[in-house]
Design a protein around this ligand. Structure first.
Ligand code: NAI
Ligand code: 15L
Length: 267
């Protein structure tokens, strides 16, 4: 196994739950963290509850870990003050703890919403400038820059994985382009954790979907080879969803509904 102890933040969430069993293949000990209840530790697991806004709690969760898979934080559009605490201050607390405790590598769950204001008719690479579509997307763009600074200044390697839509199945037509299966998510994170030289890298987290807006040619050194595809769901998704209104910003831009999300409306 590549690592002795990996910290998984956001372990109580949708992706955290999907990775909780899978990441045990990558380490001897998987330390789970969240501010929400994580239940009992299973074999090979440790639990370290922490609010990302609490520097001391984050420091304690990071101490003794070799690598971090950082999924914790607000995962949709929300008021700026909430995003500030979890996604911006939280990132600072996490990287400061990583620096103090000598963590060498981080996989950061960034998001396609860093570039959500590119059009669905455009193909972009990791070299295209950020065009965030929400406070949430801006916070992930901050995370990408912040982790680049910690790489250039302190040598902590980070993969910023711009996850598309990682759910059991694509929920709508947009997700046929953005879908990332849970198994491919684990393959991608494993590749980020094990590639000999990661540096500071940005990679789009997507399965091998026929329709795509993202070109991962800048991330070949990660060695990620997706095995799944949204194509098997295509007919069923088309049958159960209406044709999009092509004047709707949600159908024009890659970020879909996030480009018109109201941060003050409760989800
Ligand atoms: P989720 O919302 O289900 O899980 C996020 C977890 O973070 C929750 O368990 C929550 O309790 C925890 N959290 C929130 N604020 C916190 C705080 N202040 N301190 C400690 N923990 C806190 O989200 P999901 O879908 O599992 O996503 C995981 C990560 O991947 C998130 O960072 C999200 O932005 C990112 N992502 C997910 C995508 C997806 O399709 N599921 C797409 C793009 C990015
Ligand atoms: C995200 O960043 C969200 O965390 C997730 O809930 C999905 O909405 C996803 O993007 C998406 O774009 O489908």
């Amino acid at each position: 196994k590549t690592y002795h102890r990996i910290l998984l933040t956001g372990a109580a969430g949708g992706l955290g739950t999907a990775l909780r069993s899978r990441l045990l293949a990558n380490c001897e000990v998987l330390r789970l963290s969240d501010k929400a209840n994580l239940g009992e530790a299973q074999a090979g697991e440790e639990i370290a509850l922490a609010d990302l806004a609490d520097a001391a709690a984050v420091d304690a969760a990071v101490a003794g870990c070799d690598a971090i898979v950082h999924l914790g934080g607000i995962s949709v559009e929300a008021p700026f003050e909430a995003i500030l605490q979890a996604n911006i201050l939280g990132l600072y607390h996490l990287y400061e703890a990583a620096r103090k405790h000598g963590v060498k590598r981080v996989v950061f769950a960034s998001s396609n919403h860093v570039t959500g204001f590119y059009k669905q008719s455009e193909t972009i690479t990791a070299d295209h400038p950020a065009r965030p579509d929400s406070y949430y997307g801006v916070s992930k763009a901050f995370g990408e820059d912040f982790s680049r600074f910690y790489f250039d200044r302190y040598g902590i390697e980070t993969a910023c994985v711009r996850i598309g839509s990682s759910f059991p199945e694509p929920k709508d037509r947009r997700m046929l382009a953005t879908w990332l299966s849970f198994d491919d998510l684990h393959r991608l994170i494993s590749a980020c954790l094990s590639t000999p030289v990661l540096g500071h890298s940005i990679v789009f987290g997507m399965s091998d979907n026929a329709v795509t807006w993202w070109d991962n040619s800048r991330a070949k050194h990660i060695g990620y080879v997706p095995q799944d595809s949204s194509d098997v769901f295509r007919d069923a998704v088309f049958a159960r969803t209406p044709a999009p209104d092509l004047n709707d910003p949600a159908a024009i831009y890659q970020g879909g509904g996030f480009v018109k999300a109201d941060p003050f409306k409760k989800a």
